[in-house]
Design a binder for this molecule. Structure first.
Ligand code: NAD
Length: 427
């Protein structure tokens, strides 16, 4: 389709997420003094599958879509990672997201490797039927790789419970029996988990509270801006609001809203479910652009949309004391350096948004055992894993006198390197 021409991946710019991911890895490998051979293994993805497949559209025409499934590392267990639908999906973006998944699963010590998938498409221009046709055919195409023991997809940008239900059904029909553990983030009625839809935002809330506690910041005296009001951004805003934080600005792809007195997040959620966007909310005093939102004088900034939002171009103007990366890859390495120099605390994506994959892991375990847990138990276990991971990351950051991002990388990369080393090279 036409979009694939527009999104051909560039290979050498700083904004290429895969270059960002590799630069972050190289920095950690140097701190860890990692063996050269191990560096070469871990800085590349293991498998990348590109599929071009036909979908019947509502007007009867056939369109060809391009999609990807990438597995970065399988050493510590099956690959795990979401599926994204977006016009700007590219192979390099999916490779970066797959690598970040490996580190995220290792930071939280889940028995998984990293994977990611994506289809170049614009879901806003497609009907439900077209999305279903696309999803079912894509699931069938990537069934070469996915499976409960090999690679388990989940929702990401522009995919949701319904998308997961279609994938589960397609694979189950091909097998002839139900395979609930093929995906996580499913509806409860087919083996989904309590607490999964809110899990990523809940994890963001837990690490934000933990960071505030360690930095002596009182939530009641704290302002927050959230970029992106989808699954992750809206739940993060809702749970932080419930903890007493004052959420003053939020945005989505159409633009943002601001109120210096704080936004009534439960009322805003009602507005968004009726109108599909934050714009027009009566409790806002002003509208605001996405770029202006990032530069607001707030205590905490939460990017919860896409990559490359905090860059060399705006990092010096960010006024927040703390950045919590709810999105994957929102900060470039140049912006990381500027934040470090300016004393801005950054909670990295591979820690901050790991709540989603953690409850996905619980969902997979429940599916494999056909035994389901209560939400309270899930939330308690999630909180414990996030707090432990935070403490370990912080300890390593202090030990190596580095950032929390590099603390998280040191923890993760060492776990994956140790597993790789003890398994040895086949054959
Ligand atoms: P989503 O599709 O539910 O929501 C995305 C939100 O971002 C929407 O509000 C959309 O309008 C907004 N958006 C899109 N483009 C934007 C732009 N240019 N400027 C501002 N806002 C924009 O997706 P999601 O699942 O909430 O994912 C958001 C981020 O969190 C992604 O980086 C994703 O990889 C990451 N993440 C998601 C999960 C999960 O469980 N869903 C887990 C970990 C990380």
């Amino acid at each position: 389709m036409a979009e694939s021409v527009l999104t051909a991946s560039s290979t050498a710019t700083a904004a290429n997420p895969y270059i960002t991911a590799q630069r972050q890895f190289d920095q950690a490998a140097s701190i860890l003094n990692l063996d050269e051979g191990m560096r070469q293994v871990l800085r590349e993805v293991r498998r990348e599958l590109t599929v071009n497949f036909p979908v019947r559209m509502d007007d009867g025409r056939i369109r060809i879509f391009t999609g990807y499934r990438v597995q970065h590392n399988l050493t510590r267990g099956p690959a795990k990672g979401g599926i994204r639908y977006h016009p700007e999906v590219s192979l390099d973006e999916v490779k970066a997201l797959a690598m970040w998944m490996s580190w995220k699963c290792a930071v939280t010590n889940l028995p998984y490797g990293g994977a990611k998938g994506g289809v170049i498409c614009d879901p806003r221009q497609m009907s439900q039927k077209e999305l279903e046709n696309l999803t079912r055919r894509f699931a069938s195409e990537i069934s070469l790789l996915i499976g409960p023991e090999s690679d388990i997809p989940a929702p990401d940008v522009n995919t949701n419970q319904q998308t997961m239900a279609w994938i589960m059904d397609t694979i189950s029909m091909e097998k002839g029996y139900s395979v609930p553990a093929i995906v996580t983030g499913k509806p409860l009625s087919i083996g989904g988990s309590e607490g999964r839809p809110a899990a990523t935002g809940r994890g963001v809330m837990v690490v934000t509270l933990e960071a505030c506690r360690r930095m002596g910041i009182d939530p009641a005296a704290t302002t927050v801006a959230v970029q992106g009001f989808g699954n992750v951004g809206s739940v993060s805003a809702e749970l932080l609001h419930a903890q007493g934080f004052k959420v003053v600005a939020v945005s989505d792809v159409y633009g943002g809203i601001y109120n210096s007195q704080g936004l009534d997040i439960p009322a805003l959620l009602g507005h968004v479910s009726a109108r599909g966007k934050v714009e027009g909310f009566s409790g806002a005093s002003e509208t605001i652009t996405n770029s202006a939102l990032l530069e607001l004088p707030v205590t905490i900034l939460i990017p919860a949309a896409l990559e490359n939002q905090l860059t060399m171009a705006n990092a010096a103007r960010i006024q927040a004391r703390m950045v919590v990366e709810a999105a994957n890859g929102p900060t470039t390495p140049e912006a990381d350096d500027i934040f470090h120099q300016r004393g801005v605390t950054l909670i990295p994506d591979i820690l901050a948004n790991a709540g989603g994959v953690t409850v996905s892991y619980f969902e997979w375990v429940q599916d494999l055992q056909s035994f389901f847990w209560e939400e309270r138990e899930i939330n308690n276990r999630l909180t414990k894993i996030m707090q432990n991971a935070y403490a370990q990351v912080d300890e390593l950051a202090q030990e190596h006198n580095t950032t929390l991002r590099m603390g998280a990388y040191c923890l993760a990369v060492k776990r994956v390197a140790d597993a790789t080393s003890v398994r040895g090279i086949y054959p």
